[in-house]
Design a binder for this molecule. Structure first.
Ligand code: RAM
Length: 330
């Protein structure tokens, strides 16, 4: 009896050593998001898992802070360094504040890339934009202006004030405002990608700007909150809510008419692409050099510019004519 137990124990030990060994050979890629609980990033995580399944020797660690702060991400990065992960692919809450922690990661041999929301060049090997920043900036104002034949006031409800991606898109948008004569930007406010704060900021915009014709929210969290605030204020038809959103989260608001249209790229593809890039760099199958391209599996390849940045694909516009086709996908 004693012998039997001993044999079973050693079989179990051998089995666990074997599986530990298999795990040790897998590349551990950490997908670090702005904050947990955001549908956009959960869709990106699906894409990361898809890439891992295709590659076969990858474990995805999906992680992030509970709110969209740089401090929270620095804690996460330090813990990933301690875990000796192979790669960190991060959507940054602040392009500069994360640099020292990410430099430390790189000095320990960890591959570091940013995606969605960028880190300054010294803190990452490359950055994957979802689309061209200029195109996104032009798209968000065009979505609003197309439904304002007489012009009027628009306001922006953004994510956090330090979010690299939203700040660039808003800057690109302001550069092309002259192409939309009669449309004026009256305010930019920040909801920090928190639903309740975004809702209150949208209410604030409506009370400070009684003639507002559109709220542009280039954040999937902000746009849903703004659509709800406009609905609750009884202003459907008066204020159009647009920007960047997930079809799954906006279907009801398209149906009610509070949002006429919005745009987005495929977040599943974005998480997939970021994972493929991180893997190819971590396994030295590719180098993050300016003016070279990196393979992204089924998404083709990304060409890096002088800043070691590249774009995945163009955004797509959703409205009442097509939202039903996409709302169950992301
Ligand atoms: C939110 C986040 C994310 C952004 C999308 C559009 O989910 O702020 O970074 O890309 O919106």
């Amino acid at each position: 009896m004693v012998k039997k137990v001993a044999i079973l124990a050693s079989v179990a030990l051998a089995a666990s050593l074997l599986s530990a060994n298999a795990l040790a050979e897998n590349k551990r890629i950490a997908i670090v998001v702005k904050a947990l609980g955001i549908g956009f990033f959960e869709a990106a995580a699906k894409g990361a898992e898809e890439a891992a399944a295709e590659l076969g020797d990858v474990d995805i660690i999906y992680t992030g802070p509970t709110d969209t702060t740089a401090e929270g991400q620095i804690e996460v990065i330090n813990s990933l360094i301690a875990q000796k992960v192979d790669a960190i692919a991060i959507s940054a809450n602040d392009q500069d504040a994360l640099v020292p922690a990410l430099k430390k990661a790189m000095s320990r041999g960890i591959t570091v890339i940013s995606w969605d929301s960028g880190v300054a060049p010294e803190g990452r090997q490359m950055h994957l934009n979802p689309s061209s920043n200029a195109l996104i900036g032009n798209t968000i104002i065009k979505l609003a202006a197309d439904h304002m034949p007489d012009g009027g006031e628009v306001a922006v409800l953004s994510a956090s004030a330090t979010a690299t991606n939203q700040n660039i898109w808003i800057e690109e948008m302001t550069k092309v405002m002259d192409n939309y004569p009669g449309v004026t930007l009256v305010s930019t406010v920040y909801g920090d990608d928190l639903s309740d704060k975004s809702y209150r900021e949208a209410e604030g915009l409506m009370s400070s700007h009684p003639n507002l014709k559109a709220i542009i929210a280039p954040t999937t969290v902000g746009i849903v909150a703004a659509a709800q605030a406009v609905t609750d204020a009884g202003k459907i038809g008066e204020i159009n809510v647009t920007g960047l959103a997930l079809p799954s989260e906006m279907a009801g608001h398209i149906e009610s008419g509070v949002s006429k249209s919005f745009a987005i790229w495929n977040p599943i593809d974005l998480g997939y692409s970021a994972t493929m890039i991180a893997y190819n760099l971590a396994t030295k199958k590719a180098m993050a050099d300016a003016n070279t391209s990196i393979d992204m599996g089924r998404m083709g390849s990304v060409m890096l510019d002088d800043n070691k940045e590249g774009a995945m694909s163009d955004p797509f516009t959703y409205d009442a004519s097509n939202i039903d086709q996409f709302k169950s996908i992301f």
